[in-house]
Design a protein. Structure first.
Ligand code: B12
Ligand code: SF4
Length: 554
């Protein structure tokens, strides 16, 4: 079932009750490390680090390093680990970052410090990290699946020097057990040091401090309100990982978290926006509506972005509540406009004929969409980018993202392509290359698919496309246009990362038409009858989501 043939073997510990520790119980200092992907920078903290920190028995100390915001060479990281007497290093990674994660793990282990690895990739291929696939070993232990309940046990075992190889959430009968989210910990965002994730560029901070507009900091904070998606799209790891049993946190705990974030934003004269990281935030429409109503009733609205599949956005009341509760951008996994393609990846619940209306329904409430497409599906033929872009141009302005079909380990797609003998790089993650394919498409060549992806990005984020998007928002208030423009410039960077200050200047210069148009619009409004809004009163108009990469969810 796993590409490396390794399922969780041997002595898999079952979930104990709360870990009891006597007064003499040893304590350790733990470092949780998230590698960068070497290409782009993530725009928000990774939730798993803060979640595991909150779940750590209190007598241990946990430090966090996110390679996206604190880049370190392997040698620097090892020096940090040794000098700070770290007793356990926990590394989490998606498939895309796993090669870097293994390299860092090797360096840390060579310094004699044990490493535990967790997250989607090691769950899908645990044997690889443990060297059971014939390759080198990278981790002393792996945490398979959701680690909410196994993490305290891992920490206690590490403190006692009796780390086991595999930790999996299983019950006494060895059956997989999905943690309930009912007793989800309160992540102390109000006191955590999240300065490294401030999105306001350094040179602007002093100016904004002087202006007292409440924009000295801007953070995007991940919140999960639930886990699981039963849809089982063929390329997606989520149904396999979180299971088709959907679990939710209580509305109360989510609302409390948002209120605390709001208070933190107020105290720091800054802005906080939320990314609901649930794979399908409206998978249970009734519960999502209840949550959004509770957010509104408690005055806990923050600007937010979430992932919702198009079929669930038919509900007008849901879309009303999305807008009322602060929803600004909805990520929609459209994947393809060809129903045959959607059927080939088990996503027939997506109906391309209704995409336009779904987007208009959102846009009528000033909510816009990040629309995600996959090229190289079995029924794609050359020209797919052009055909897709033609449709996109007829839709309300949005942020389209494009990728090529990627077989992630342990997905039904991976298994099918393996059966069909179409995997060209079966362990593509060990030689990660952005936007490169790992299998033979059916009706196109690999270079053709890659050329379609390239041309889709080029066209969608050209100055002409950006000008068209801003024109398409002519009736919108100026702050919406500004944030749309800024989001476009950052989204362009997913595929064409701008190189330094000069790259940014060139980008701004090439989009000067759109910039001038917004400035003119602002001047006309300011000079006209409409009073110009106090910047402190302007809610984050549309999340400026400098998203480097978009997940194929929702
Ligand atoms: C938010 C998100 C992102 C953000 C990442 C930034 C961020 N700061 O979070 C953005 C939008 C940028 C993103 C991008 C991408 N993403 Co993404 N993303 C997610 C998403 C929706 C939520 C992640 C999350 O916070 N989950 C909640 C936490 C609590 O769960 P968790 O991370 O799995 O952690 C639990 C366990 O795994 C474990 N654990 C995790 N790490 C560790 C470490 C240790 C030491 C231990 C003990 C345990 C442990 O403990 C946690 C608690 O149980 C997930 C789907 C999902 N629901 O998880 C996809 C997901 C992780 N993304 C995925 C993908 C494919 C991508 C992209 C490659 C998409 C693309 N087409 O480009 C890019 C690449 C990212 C990059 N920069 O290189 C896949 C990963 C599959 C895989 N095998 O790697 C997922 C699973 C979605 C999917 N549809 O399959 N993503
Ligand atoms: S792609 Fe989205 S809808 Fe499909 S299984 Fe994954 S999370 Fe669910």
């Amino acid at each position: 079932m796993k590409p490396d043939g390794g399922t969780a073997p041997g002595a898999v510990p079952t979930i104990p009750g709360p870990v009891a520790a006597g007064p003499d119980a040893p304590s350790i200092r733990i470092l949780l490390y998230c590698p960068d992907n070497g290409v782009t920078r993530n725009f928000m903290p990774h939730l798993w680090m803060f979640l595991l920190q909150s779940l750590t028995p209190p007598r241990h100390e946990v430090r966090l390093i996110d390679g996206n915001t604190q880049p370190m060479s392997d040698a620097e990281l090892v020096r940090y680990v040794v000098e700070n007497k770290i007793g356990l290093v926990g590394i989490g990674a998606m498939t895309r970052m796993i090669a870097k994660a293994y390299r860092v793990a090797d360096a840390v282990r060579a310094a004699g410090v044990p490493v535990v690895m967790g997250g989607p990739h090691v769950t899908e291929a645990p044997g690889e990290a443990l060297g059971r696939d014939g390759g080198p070993r990278h981790a002393d232990a792996v945490a398979v699946g959701e680690a909410d309940e196994t993490w305290p046990l891992i920490v206690e075992d590490a403190a006692r020097g009796v780390l086991r190889e595999v930790y999996a959430p299983v019950d006494a009968l060895g059956k997989e057990r999905k943690p309930s989210l009912e007793s989800y910990p309160a992540i102390p965002w109000e006191s955590l040091d999240i300065g490294q994730f401030n999105r306001i560029p350094n040179p602007l901070r002093a100016f904004l401090h002087q202006m007292q507009w409440g924009w000295e900091t801007f953070h995007i904070i991940p919140i999960e309100s639930g886990r699981g998606c039963p849809y089982g799209c063929e390329f997606c790891t989520v149904t396999g990982f979180f299971g088709d049993s959907i679990r939710f946190r209580s509305n109360r705990s989510i609302v409390d978290e948002m209120l605390r974030l709001k208070e933190r934003a107020r105290r720091s004269s800054g802005q906080i926006a939320v990314f609901f990281v649930d794979d399908n935030f409206a998978i249970n429409v009734k519960r999502t509506k209840a949550l959004l109503r509770d957010i509104v009733a408690a005055g806990a609205q923050l600007s937010w972005v979430g992932q919702i599949s198009a079929n669930l956005l038919r509900d007008e009341e849901l879309v009303d509540l999305i807008a009322e509760s602060g929803g600004k951008w909805i990520f929609i996994g459209m994947e393809s406009l060809d129903p045959a393609n959607l059927a080939s990846v088990n996503k027939t619940f997506n109906k391309p004929a209704e995409f336009a209306e779904v987007l208009r329904r959102l846009a009528r409430r000033h909510v816009y969409a990040i629309t995600s497409f996959i090229f190289g599906l079995d029924h794609d033929t050359p020209g797919v980018a052009g055909r897709t872009l033609e449709q996109i141009r007829a839709w309300p302005p949005g942020l389209p993202v494009f990728g090529q079909l990627t077989p992630f380990p342990a997905t039904p797609l991976y298994q099918r392509l393996e059966r069909e003998g179409r995997l060209t790089r079966p362990q593509h993650w060990l030689e990660f290359a952005p936007f490169q394919m790992a299998h033979t498409p059916r009706a196109m060549t690999v270079p053709q698919v890659q050329a379609e992806v390239h041309s889709a990005w080029l066209d969608s984020y050209s100055p002409t496309a950006t000008a068209r998007a801003i024109d398409g928002m002519s009736g919108e208030p100026v702050p919406y246009k500004i944030s749309h423009l800024v989001a476009r410039l950052f989204f362009r960077g997913i595929y064409f990362p701008p190189k330094g200050a000069w790259g940014w200047l060139k980008l701004l210069a090439s989009n000067r038409g759109s910039i001038l148009r917004i400035v003119k619009d602002a001047f006309i409004r300011w000079n006209g009858t409409a009073p110009s809004p106090d910047p402190r009163e302007v809610a984050v108009p549309a999340i400026v989501l400098p998203i480097e990469d978009a997940a194929d969810s929702g």
